[in-house]
Ligand binder design. Sequence first.
Ligand code: AMP
Length: 280
Amino acid sequence: MVLRQKRGLHGFLNTLDPNHSLGLVPTMGALHFGHLSLIKKALVENETVIVSIFINPTQFDNRNDLEKYPADLEKDIALLEDLPGDLAVFAPHKDDMYDGQVAAASYKFNGLDKVMEGTFREGHFQGVATIVELLLRTVAPKRAYFGEKDFQQLQIIKNVVAQKNLPVTIVGCPIVREPNGLAMSSRNERLSAKAREQAGFIHQTLLTAKLKFGTENAQEIKDWALGVFNKAEGFRLEYFEIVDETTLTPIQAKQKNLKYRAFVAVYVEDVRLIDNMALN
Ligand code: AMP
């Protein structure tokens, strides 16, 4: 079933038993196997799943990126059709979703937005938090599913849910990769076949960083990563960071009881790609 308006969504939700477990998977469409892994997990864990498909204008700091974002609702729906289980697609128009006020609300994230994506994409997480809170309040799911592909986003959403006391469990899901290691992303569609193949280098670099993490300090690894990206033709590095995965603060001296993660943002053919990996 495809619901194009909040009214239709509410009508559908009203037909469900109140004790029914409902899962929500928010997406911006151009669905791929990464999205499907979240949706399949949601279908296993819940009686009904809502997949939202909505290109959220308030989280784009770059107009060009918004305009070029791939959109093909028919194709997305076709991809979901064969999945077993009770699934509905919610694909509203922006004015309906935002009740005519297409603007981000204002949030404090306890510093989680002061690094990486938060620094390089101004206002991005305000827009993300706004749409996610709106979707959570509109759908009222028992569980909502997000990918570790956007690990900083996942931490920020957990923070918003805790701050606002929203009655939902946030479920994080592992990164799904293409055969060459490139993290699946709707933006990969904008790469030439050659660049898409070469972009496996991002994953290779993260794997080597993980190996090095056993013996080298974080600054040495960062310097090494900056060097290899500088030398690699066709890559323009925006950042490479190693941070504490809970607070997202840059690593000082390694502490045994903390978990660390490496994060990267890099342009390939003017397409901005992000990836991350747990180091310990
Ligand atoms: P998007 O449509 O890019 O906003 O992504 C919707 C959700 O799917 C987000 O929670 C993403 O983190 C997640 N996602 C996107 N790509 C992947 C991937 N390759 N592996 C796992 N989750 C992903």
